[in-house]
Write a new protein. Structure first.
Length: 162
C-alpha cells in the first residue's frame, strides 16, 4: 500500500491489474504534486490508455437511456505528438449510444461534447477523488459543446469505485 503523498505505484506500469477500488485509494493517498510529477512520459501514456480502455466498463446502461453522444477527450501533456495527431495532446473519442459505450479510434464528425484536461485531473475524476465541477472551477477541466449532455456524464458513468 502506498504511503500518503507517494506515487511510486504509478511507476509499476501494471495499472491494468488494479481494481477500481484499489486505484481510487492509491490516487486518494497520493498528493496532487506527486501525481502530476509521476504522470509524465511513458507512465502518463500507460495511465491514460488504461483509463480509456476501461471506459466501457464504467458505463451505467440504465442511466445512459436517451444519452446519445460522441465525447471528444483531449488529454494534455503528451510528448511530441499525442494519440490523435495533435502535438502535446492525446485525443480519444467515446461514443455512447443505445446504452453501450465504445472507444473510437477516430471520429470525423464534430463531437457533441469536448472535454480537455490533464492526466492527473482525469485520473482523480474517474476514481472519484475530484468532482468535475470543482475541476472546472479550478480551470483544470474545460467542457465545450452540449453542456446539458455534459452535465449528465458523471451520472452516465460510474465515478470512483463501485
Amino acid at each position: 500500500m502506498a504511503e500518503r503523498g507517494s506515487g511510486y505505484w504509478l511507476e509499476s506500469g501494471d495499472l491494468a491489474a488494479l481494481d477500481p477500488a484499489e486505484l481510487a485509494r492509491l490516487v486518494d493517498r497520493t498528493s496532487d504534486r506527486e501525481l502530476r510529477h509521476r504522470l509524465i512520459g511513458g507512465v502518463r501514456e500507460i495511465a491514460v490508455r488504461e483509463i480509456f480502455r476501461r471506459m466501457p466498463e464504467y458505463l451505467r446502461p440504465a442511466r445512459a437511456a436517451g444519452f446519445d453522444a460522441v465525447i471528444a477527450w483531449q488529454i494534455t501533456g503528451a510528448g511530441r505528438g499525442g494519440a490523435g495527431g495533435r502535438p502535446g495532446v492525446d485525443q480519444y473519442w467515446i461514443q455512447v449510444r443505445g446504452g453501450r459505450c465504445s472507444v473510437l479510434t477516430e471520429h470525423a464528425e464534430p463531437a457533441e461534447i469536448s472535454v480537455r484536461t490533464d492526466p492527473a485531473t482525469l485520473l482523480k475524476i474517474v476514481t472519484g477523488n475530484e468532482d468535475p465541477v470543482t475541476a472546472v472551477l479550478k480551470q483544470r477541466l474545460s467542457v465545450r459543446g452540449d453542456l446539458a449532455l455534459a452535465a449528465r456524464l458523471s451520472k452516465v458513468f460510474a465515478v470512483g469505485p463501485a
